[in-house]
Design a protein around this ligand. Structure first.
Ligand SMILES: [Fe+2]
Ligand SMILES: [Fe+2]
Length: 262
């Protein structure tokens, strides 16, 4: 996907604010920008600039789409016992970037757990964007194998560190956008060092490998190839996501009902 630096900067906010933004936050903003752009090119006309009236970190469900609309997109009500598939269809759609990531993982013969991790790795961006690795892991933690949520948590940090063993280079695009002198925040570096020596390191690393290649605006993707994998590895609560009294049920309810005033 082509990145127009000026459009990106206009979307992120004033140049002065960007100059004071930590580089890893800027890199996150880039990823979220690309992910949002991809979803919008799937179904909407693009508008070149957007004056921010909300914080950059607000989740995609809570802001106007960058397509000239005057209000956030209309949402269909959720069923009374919503499943993960229904969240994909009614709240995360078109979910182009995560579907592309999971498709690449599947085509390259990766494990079902890695495919699931790729499918879920950025869905929390609908809710909130800063520290999305941590938020994203927390969102799915009660329902997925432990190493899947672990991988989602650490993919955020690993994106900044190359690994020749799997052909993961530092993203060239980051040089162009942020310059060559950046260093990640201390908490990102600490998370990387911890993850690098962990037995599940490669689980998180493989998310970044599939992440890097998953911003093709012409890719045709679908949730269909992943339905059986979700069935085998995602513990869908019988009460429905948001109704199961888990420690994260409120997060699913917020995604289901983003117009709740309190
Ligand atoms: Fe991510
Ligand atoms: Fe991603």
């Amino acid at each position: 996907m082509q990145v127009d630096r000026r459009t990106l900067l206009a979307t992120l906010g004033a140049t002065a604010a960007i100059e004071t933004m930590p580089s890893d936050a800027l890199a996150d903003a880039l990823e979220h920008y690309l992910s949002d752009q991809l979803d919008q090119t799937a179904g909407a006309q693009q508008v070149e600039s957007a004056e921010r009236t909300v914080r950059r970190g607000v989740g995609s469900l809570f802001v106007m789409q960058n397509d000239g609309a005057s209000s956030p997109k209309q949402l269909e009500p959720m069923p009374s016992k919503p499943t993960l598939l229904e969240f994909f269809r009614l709240r995360f759609a078109p979910a182009n970037h995560v579907l592309q990531s999971a498709t690449r993982a599947q085509k390259t013969g990766m494990s079902e757990e890695t495919i699931l991790a790729c499918l879920l790795h950025d869905v929390v961006l609908n809710l909130i964007k800063p520290d999305h690795g941590w938020w994203g892991a927390q969102l799915v933690e009660p329902y997925v194998p432990e190493k899947v949520s672990w991988a989602i948590r650490y993919h955020q940090a690993l994106r900044f560190y190359p690994d020749q063993s799997v052909g993961y280079e530092y993203p060239e695009m980051y040089y162009r956008i942020f310059g060559r002198d950046y260093t990640p925040s201390p908490h990102i570096e600490a998370a990387y060092k911890y993850a690098r020596n962990h037995k599940w390191y490669m689980e998180a690393r493989l998310i970044t490998v599939n992440d890097l290649y998953s911003f093709d605006p012409n890719a045709k993707v679908s949730i269909e190839p992943f339905i059986d994998i979700i069935g085998r590895h995602f513990k869908q609560p019988k009460e429905g996501l948001g109704n199961d009294n888990s420690a994260v049920a409120h997060m699913w309810r917020t995604i289901a009902n983003p117009d709740q005033p309190l």
